[in-house]
Design a protein around this ligand. Structure first.
Ligand code: CUA
Length: 188
């Protein structure tokens, strides 16, 4: 084979490979566009069931998330609510008390940037976004203690941002909650 023919053959191989990759990249781009369109239409047609907003600039001054109202409460109708605030780089309260085997509604908001939390290996997991109230209800089947780290990168102190969650036996929780105060397990 002459030099010219060899060069021509290798050029054909290169062209074929480039064409193959062009198709693969084109397919990937097409797939991403389809995903964007489908998820966009899906969100537009089925928006989140509830959106609750709050003014992050005044939440420490008045309303539900003032410091004296944070922690866990037992309402007269038996509903347990744990309220907390996320900020760079801590949760308030630092230690959250919840009962074992009773539905607990978490209500959380952020003062500055996007945070999030997950309670140990349970399904309690949410983002916490300034300007919005994140809420979910879950039940902790076992008493014990969990770590609750922030799981959205929120700045240089992110990895040091965490709280604890104490799941108390139901009777112990009810005995403490009867007094009506905001419960937490923060050492005083
Ligand atoms: Cu707060 Cu990461």
């Amino acid at each position: 084979m002459s030099n010219g023919a060899a060069a021509h053959a290798s050029e054909l191989v290169a062209v074929a490979a480039e064409r193959r990759w062009a198709w693969i990249v084109g397919a990937i781009i097409a797939m991403i566009v389809v995903m964007m369109v489908v998820t966009g239409l899906h969100w537009a047609s089925m928006p989140p069931s509830r959106v609750e907003t709050i003014d992050a600039k005044t939440l420490h001054l008045r309303g539900e998330f003032v410091e004296s109202n944070l922690g866990t409460t037992l309402a007269p109708d038996g509903k347990v609510t744990a309220r907390l605030v996320a900020q760079q780089y801590s949760f308030v309260p630092q230690c959250i008390v919840v009962p074992e085997g009773m539905p607990v509604t978490f209500r959380a908001t952020a003062t500055d940037v996007i945070h999030g939390f997950v309670v140990g290996t349970t399904n309690a997991n949410t983002m916490v976004i300034p300007g919005f109230v994140a809420t979910f209800t879950t039940t902790f089947p076992k008493s014990g203690e969990h770590l609750m780290p922030c799981h959205e990168y929120c700045g240089t102190g992110h990895e040091a941002m965490w709280a604890r969650v104490q799941v108390l036996p139901r009777d112990e929780f009810l005995a403490r909650a009867r007094s009506g105060e905001r419960l937490s397990c923060v050492a005083r």
